[in-house]
Design a protein around this ligand. Sequence first.
Ligand SMILES: Nc1ncnc2c1ncn2[C@@H]1O[C@H](COP(=O)(O)OP(=O)(O)OP(=O)(O)O)[C@@H](O)[C@H]1O
Length: 228
Amino acid sequence: MTLHLTDVTLTYPDGDARLTALDHVTLDVPRGTLTAVVGPSGSGKSSLLAVAATLITPDSGTVTIDGTTVTDLSRNDQAALRRRSIGIVFQQPNLLPALTAAEQLQVMAVIDGRSPAAARRRAVDLLDAVGMAAQADRRPHQLSGGQRQRVNIARAIMNAPTVLLIDEPTSALDHERGATIIDLIAQLTHQQATATILVTHDRTHLTAADQITEVRDGRLLATTPVAR
Ligand SMILES: Nc1ncnc2c1ncn2[C@@H]1O[C@H](COP(=O)(O)OP(=O)(O)OP(=O)(O)O)[C@@H](O)[C@H]1O
């Protein structure tokens, strides 16, 4: 298993008490598969992503990525692992206004120690893979919302992560553009062999997933494969 959450419990301070956001959650996401996470507002979906992303350390339980127990690593080692092995896509594409689409991607690889020429080649290839080759030299203000989200997704896979974590990527898009982005995520998951978790409110997105997991009050109700 590429991404493995075992018996994860996470609480937040809540006045004098603690609020349980994740309650003994166990989830396996194999490489090359897309897991959709659905559930009502406040059920713990974003918390689950944040724990998988090593952004929050759970109270108990473990997260392993490619056999490494990331919950045991130091904050520095977690940051290094995030840079190399985890791609994260949030609701709003937080692109840097001064950089072109290609440069948004190149920065990621150069920070990770790759040569600028190699970074440029991979950036151009990935922009092509997300249908953005013609816009490689445009800055964010010259792109539509859907195009910005495509660049955001390409940037998340720039360093060839094994894990891809995506939170409501279509919330700022109309239905049709949203559906195209979800299809793109499914396609990249299979092509790039990432273990992908997609948090979504939109049940029409579920057909693109390989498995669906329902969260309610911090608990996983069931994880079911999608019949094809
Ligand atoms: N930083 C925080 N401090 C305290 N409580 C928090 C914090 N973040 C989230 N919570 C609480 O934890 C629970 C789970 O929140 P979470 O954001 O994971 O839910 P969600 O399913 O992603 O919700 P939504 O669909 O509205 O984004 C909620 O009750 C929320 O109020």
